[in-house]
Design a protein around this ligand. Structure first.
Ligand code: GMT
Length: 375
């Protein structure tokens, strides 16, 4: 098939997932055309079946807000026609679903039918999409999609609760390349972070409010008071200055490393002992799944779709949102008991195998076939 993938090219989960999906489809022989405003971060190697089309947004003194949506729809039209696409798969509803709808209408005038699939990822529904400024367009464009998928049962239910959706939403879970995230032995890297064999706690996110990164630091402080530990903070975002201040106030700066945005996440995960994800909401928690694939247990909140991947006592532990003491107690209990830690590490790895990329890609391919058959 000739598939157009539209996504955010940045470090967020939806762009990562979309890029990994495109790469996997290309490996299976499909021609994949990424359409976005920047080279997606995980699209970092040449592949004969992958094409990248950059959306250019010309500016003009009149534009306080350069019209990205118009530029994106126009680029979609160009790629659909000239690359003879069979379908479009857009990730994150805003603004990708409405731009796909517009492109579909435009090419229809030229006698070309292009179905589009919208994959909902999380904040496009639960946070941003719900805002009344966006909701009418989001509702309309989801309903106009030829197929809709959500990355967890929870997100599917949230979508039905928040919007008037008249169509079936299929759940296709996020996936992980278990080979890539297989735990590697990296003794030098580990020693550089934890020279005295301290336990390494890890958090990866975009440091937005929804991630509750201050809770990560508070949990870590309690753990560090009980056992030698280091905290690795991967990513960047608006809450970073607050977090740095917190670390200074708590006097724990020497044990907290901000490592910024990392492409080689598999290496960071390979040296970690515990992943922390205390979010207010997570439709799925892709980074937690990648950690599990590297034998890293997860201590998380029980928000959103997290209970669908983090199984208490098997892959890690869960507590209600904001229960810092509960999460810290679980972390300490786990890290102090090597036998338990080994069992949960294994459980986390086994859980990741259920979301193996090879199990999930065929579900997307089957959906594409259905859409193309007009079902
Ligand atoms: O987590 C973020 O803020 C980034 C966001 C995105 O769309 O890039 O992630 C969402 O999609 C990921 C991939 O499907 C999910 O694993 C994340 O749980 C989801 N984030 C939220 O629901 C907050």
């Amino acid at each position: 098939m000739r598939i157009g993938i539209v996504c955010y090219p940045t470090y967020g989960g939806s762009g990562v997932l979309a890029t990994e999906l495109g790469k996997a489809l290309a490996d299976k022989g499909h021609m994949v055309h990424f359409i976005t405003y920047q080279q997606p971060v995980r699209l970092n190697a040449f592949h004969a079946n992958i094409y990248y089309h950059e959306v250019q947004v010309p500016t003009y003194p009149l534009f306080d807000f350069p019209p990205y949506e118009s530029a994106l729809s126009s680029t979609m039209v160009d790629v659909i026609i000239n690359q003879k696409l069979d379908l479009l798969h857009v990730h994150y509803a805003i603004p990708h679903a409405s731009t796909a709808y517009l492109a579909k209408q435009i090419v229809a005038k030229q006698g070309k039918h292009i179905p589009f699939i919208t994959t909902l990822h999380g904040t496009d529904i639960t946070l941003v999409g719900k805002d009344k400024t966006y909701a009418p367009v989001v509702t309309f464009s989801i309903n106009e999609s030829d197929a809709i998928t959500a990355v967890s049962d929870n997100l599917r239910e949230e979508t039905y609760k928040s919007f008037q959706i008249e169509k079936e939403i299929d759940v296709i879970y996020n996936f992980v390349d278990t080979q890539r995230f297989k735990r590697q032995q990296l003794p030098h890297f580990r020693k550089a972070i934890a020279p005295n064999d301290e336990k390494i706690l890890l958090h990866v996110s975009n440091f937005r409010k929804v991630k509750r990164v201050p809770d990560v630091v508070k949990i870590f402080k309690q753990v560090r008071d009980q056992l030698p530990a280091k905290l690795l903070l991967v990513g960047d975002g608006p809450d970073r200055p607050t977090i740095e201040c917190m670390c200074r106030d708590m006097g724990i700066c020497e044990d907290v490393r901000f490592v910024g945005k990392q492409e080689q996440l598999e290496d960071v995960m390979s040296i970690s002992d515990l992943f922390l994800l205390p979010s207010d909401y997570e439709s799925f928690g892709l980074a937690a799944l990648e950690a599990m694939a590297a034998h890293v247990p997860v201590i998380s909140s029980n928000a959103g779709g997290l209970p669908e991947i983090n199984i208490p006592g098997e892959t890690g532990y869960m507590s209600p949102v904001g229960d810092v003491d509960g999460m810290a107690a679980q972390a300490i209990h786990l890290l102090k008991d090597e036998k338990l830690l080994a069992r949960i590490r294994q459980g986390a790895w086994e859980q990741a195998q259920r979301f193996h990329i090879d199990n999930i890609i065929p579900q997307y391919e089957a959906l594409y076939d259905q859409v193309l058959a007009g079902k």
